[in-house]
Design a protein around this ligand. Structure first.
Ligand SMILES: [Ca+2]
Ligand SMILES: [Ca+2]
Length: 197
């Protein structure tokens, strides 16, 4: 048990915080936050806190504090590319369920022939026969993460149904059950689908 200057102590963060995200009260040792945390930038801080007295010579000891940062859902999914072949892809900068994505097609047509699984747009077989003369479909695709609350982005899709000759029709169906070419111009996807009519 020291007295006078020898019993006055001072705390400082000696290591692990080069950008000054944390501060420590020199007298009481209370650690506080000085800057916003971002899980996408830093997932963990390992701070070394030194406490020293004012004696001469000064005596000190060090303790380590680990600060684990938890992810919050602060990033919405973003569509990835300008051109696709039958699939729409998005990415999300978060982690865990905050970056797990689901895709939905929004439409109000009961006979709508398309569906989407993990970003892959599929078409029911026989679209040509069911939709004779129907050459253009427009609808929205929503990509949504599983955060609480979820964040989402929407893009607009246009699908053109074009006729082809029999051999090519079967080649496309057996290969992908989907589209030959799809591209985005501005906020619109354009998909050229080869199928029978
Ligand atoms: Ca997210
Ligand atoms: Ca995040």
């Amino acid at each position: 048990m020291d007295e006078g200057f020898n019993k006055e102590i001072e705390y400082e963060i000696a290591n692990g915080d080069p950008e000054g995200v944390f501060a420590i009260d020199a007298v009481f040792g209370l650690v506080t936050l000085q800057k916003p945390l971002d899980f996408e930038k830093t997932q963990r801080f390992e701070l070394s806190v030194t406490v020293r007295d004012r004696g001469n010579p000064s005596l000190s000891s060090t303790a380590n504090i680990t600060v684990d940062i938890l992810d919050v859902n602060d990033n919405k999914p973003e569509f990835e590319f300008l051109c696709y072949h039958g699939s729409i892809r998005a990415h999300d900068a978060d982690s865990g369920i905050n970056q797990e994505l689901e895709y939905f097609i929004v439409h109000s047509d009961q006979d709508f022939p398309f569906y989407i699984i993990d970003g892959d747009i599929k078409v029911e077989r026989g679209i040509g026969r069911q939709n004779r003369g129907h050459v253009l479909y427009t609808f929205d695709v929503i990509v949504q993460d599983k955060g609480k609350p979820p964040l989402s982005s929407t893009t607009h899709v246009r699908i053109y149904v074009l006729p082809v000759v029999k051999p090519l029709e079967y080649a496309i169906y057996s290969d992908s059950n989907s589209f030959l070419f799809m591209c985005i111009f501005g906020m619109f996807f354009f998909i050229i689908l080869l199928t029978s009519i």
